[in-house]
Write a protein that binds this ligand. Structure first.
Ligand SMILES: *Cc1c(COP(=O)(O)O)cnc(C)c1O
Length: 449
């Protein structure tokens, strides 16, 4: 295979090619970290400028209800922005419009929804389920949020590897909390099957969709999921620290209760009553005043993802990562650059069976071989993964490093070309072949990796 020629052919046939221009990407950079911070949509700066200068500067407090804009029309009010962005995220994850709200961070939403699940499990039956079941190696904030509730005596944390979750789901489990696409390996859980399994055991399920939303197809409704959360700044391109979202299935709305009972989640915030009375549905997940600048930027990113469509995004993402692997193999001197067998578990690198951890001195793909069972990323183990990552960044190929030894490359389908992928594979092969990662300047750890 000739990677450059093949890339030209694939780019010419790419139905999403035109969307690259809807983003502002710096020259000389191949951006393989959209799974950590999505790129800047072209329309975001103008939207923020309008919100700041016109809606804030001129509309002032009137803009909460919708300030008159320059044409004398009313701009939509700020007060509904969390719901409005939620209704736009809903179809991307197979939810109904009124089941999703954009608010707070993913971490805070996890806390609220674990609490909600615990409250719903403390029914009249007498036996109180307190165990929150997750897997070792899950994203840290998910595990830390369980720990916080555990420290208050409200929950009990239990961890079981993916293949032992069925046994761990006993009559004490209140909630199964899993990340759909693993942040380190990209392995994707079978959402429908695990949800069914949890429900059979009498537990609810909370899915963390941070590495799924906008990159792979998700159908919460079809799976019968109870709760979900997800991130606004990764594949939704909402900008650094963008608000996250929370999903609660409609059947749970009437019983939904969460402990951060702030005034924006009140049924009548501007009645200024002394007693809390929750708003209907997911609106009661709001706590304080919504961050309008962040939500406005997120809305631009969500609109763009919705316009492109998740099905097309997911298909291209699979094509990009498969092409990257073929290019790497075509480079000839990377015998270990083969995907791990499908049995390789989704947990930490340490949890991988012997077949997955061979040849540590070489590059070894720890993502699953079947593109339908992984998210929009490829992860490679290398003994000096941090230095390799830094050497790639110095060449303008931006990926990231994840402890302890993983080089992570994200393939954001909305703005990457096959040409970029071929170039990135060539750079990686050259960095490894030349040994340039050994330069001392690539060994110094930054605070954010
Ligand atoms: C990125 C990510 C988060 C982020 O949480 P924040 O509260 O926004 O920092 C949470 N969970 C997973 C699985 C993630 O990948």
């Amino acid at each position: 295979m000739n990677p450059a020629e093949e890339a030209r052919r694939l780019d010419a046939a790419d139905p999403l090619a035109a969307f690259r221009d809807r983003f502002l990407l710096p020259g000389g950079v191949i951006y393989l970290d959209g799974n950590s911070l999505g790129a800047l949509p072209r329309d975001t700066a103008a939207r923020l400028e309008a919100v700041v200068r016109r809606e804030w500067g001129e509309g002032l407090i009137r803009s909460w209800n919708g300030a008159p804009d320059l044409n004398g029309e009313r701009a939509p009010g700020w007060v509904d922005l969390p719901q409005r962005v939620g209704t736009k995220i809903a179809p991307l994850i197979g939810a109904q419009p009124h089941e999703v709200i954009a608010c707070d961070s993913t971490s805070v939403n996890i806390f609220k929804l674990i609490s909600a699940a615990l409250a719903m499990q403390s029914g009249a039956q007498g036996h109180r389920r307190k165990v929150i079941l997750s897997e070792p190696g899950n994203f840290p904030t998910d595990l830390y949020m369980i720990a916080g509730l555990e420290a208050q005596g409200l929950a009990q944390r239990r961890l079981a590897p993916a293949d032992q979750l069925a046994d761990a789901l006993d009559e004490d489990v209140a909630l199964l909390l899993l990340t759909h696409v693993h942040y380190r390996t990209g392995a994707m859980h079978d959402m429908a099957e695990l949800t069914r399994m949890a429900h059979r055991a009498g537990a609810f399920v909370l899915w963390d969709l941070s590495h799924s939303t906008g990159a792979v197809e998700v159908d919460l409704g079809h799976c019968g999921a109870d709760f979900a959360v997800g991130c606004g700044y990764k594949y939704l391109n909402g900008g650094p620290g963008a608000p996250a979202f929370a999903f609660v299935a409609e059947r749970h709305h009437a019983r939904l209760a969460q402990p951060l009972t702030g005034w924006f989640g009140h049924a009548r915030p501007f009645a200024f009553e002394d007693d809390y009375s929750p708003a209907a549905g997911v609106a009661r997940l709001l706590a304080g005043t919504p961050p309008i600048l962040g939500l406005a930027a997120l809305e631009v990113g969500v609109d763009l993802v919705a316009e492109i469509g998740v099905t097309r995004l997911a298909a291209k993402s699979r094509a990009l990562s498969e092409f990257f692997l073929r290019c790497l193999q075509a480079s000839g001197d990377l015998p270990e650059a083969t995907p791990a067998p499908a049995s390789c578990p989704s947990g930490t690198a340490e949890g991988a069976p012997a077949g997955c951890s061979a040849a540590r001195h070489e590059l070894h793909c720890v993502s699953l071989a079947d593109p339908a069972r992984r998210g929009s990323q490829l992860s490679f183990r290398h003994e000096n993964a941090y230095a390799v990552t830094q050497a790639l960044i110095a060449r303008g190929v931006i990926g990231d490093f994840r402890e302890p030894d993983v080089l992570r490359l994200g393939f954001s389908p909305a703005y990457l070309r096959f040409r970029d992928v071929a170039d990135a594979a060539r750079h990686l092969a050259e960095v490894l072949r030349s040994g340039e990662w050994r330069q001392p300047r690539f060994a110094t750890r930054a605070q954010v990796t």
